[in-house]
Design a protein around this ligand. Structure first.
Ligand SMILES: [Zn+2]
Length: 215
């Protein structure tokens, strides 16, 4: 059931972006339940369904044509990619996470977008992964995973000097074509990295080496 609220003074501006997303997300639940009769029976299924409903909501609020327009063409560097995310957010009012997800789905280049927080204020050498979306594994999944050994940790620690809303480019290893970090809030940092497309992910590299040997 979808309830449309009356044109009360308070709601003249329409729904907030969070409310819009929630309505779209709940629509997905309705759809899954009525069309497929699916109800999750385990924690894993519950979280998988939540992911699917979030994906549906993001696709509904940011159709592919709008995503393609925000992307224009393939970004030249990580700051371009960040601009595309911000443009999509401006047009659709999606959160940074949902906009990143839509952009990554449409992007022709290997890339990673992640939101990180320092794991503790006393030790800047480890970070907590709030979320990650990538079309080629570089950071890897795991919500709230604590990370203490990844090449981006040193530049991330240096980004602590940034003010909220500031962006800094940084150099990483040869896996990364271009990277930047945006300070999203006092605690959150967004890491945006375009990866080298000539470098295959480890699994694929092993497979192609095996194929080459077999020839
Ligand atoms: Zn839900």
């Amino acid at each position: 059931m979808v309830v449309i609220r009356s044109a009360h003074e308070y709601y003249r501006e329409g729904l907030t972006s969070r409310e819009r997303f929630t309505v779209a997300h709940e629509l997905a639940h309705c759809f899954v339940e009525t069309q497929f009769g699916f109800k999750p029976t385990s924690n894993a299924e519950y979280w998988r369904l939540e992911e699917i409903c979030n994906g549906f909501a993001a696709a509904l609020l940011a159709p592919r044509r709008v995503v393609d327009e925000a992307l224009c063409s393939n970004p030249v560097d990580a700051v371009d990619l960040l601009c595309a995310i911000q443009e999509l957010r401006r047009r659709t009012k999606l959160s940074f996470a949902a906009a990143s997800r839509r952009i990554i789905e449409a992007l022709q280049l290997p890339a990673t977008i992640a939101c990180l927080a320092f794991a503790s204020h006393s030790r800047r050498t480890s970070a907590q992964l709030r979320w990650v979306c990538e079309n080629r594994s570089w950071i890897g999944g795991g919500r709230n995973r604590r990370m203490s050994s990844h090449p981006f940790l040193a530049p991330l620690a240096a980004a602590e000097a940034l003010l909220v809303g500031q962006v800094r480019r940084f150099e990483l290893n040869s896996d990364v074509r271009s990277a930047c970090v945006l300070r999203g809030s006092e605690d959150d940092f967004y890491l945006i990295a375009l990866l080298e497309s000539s470098r295959l992910p480890i699994g694929q590299a092993i497979a192609s080496a095996a194929t080459a040997r077999a020839r």
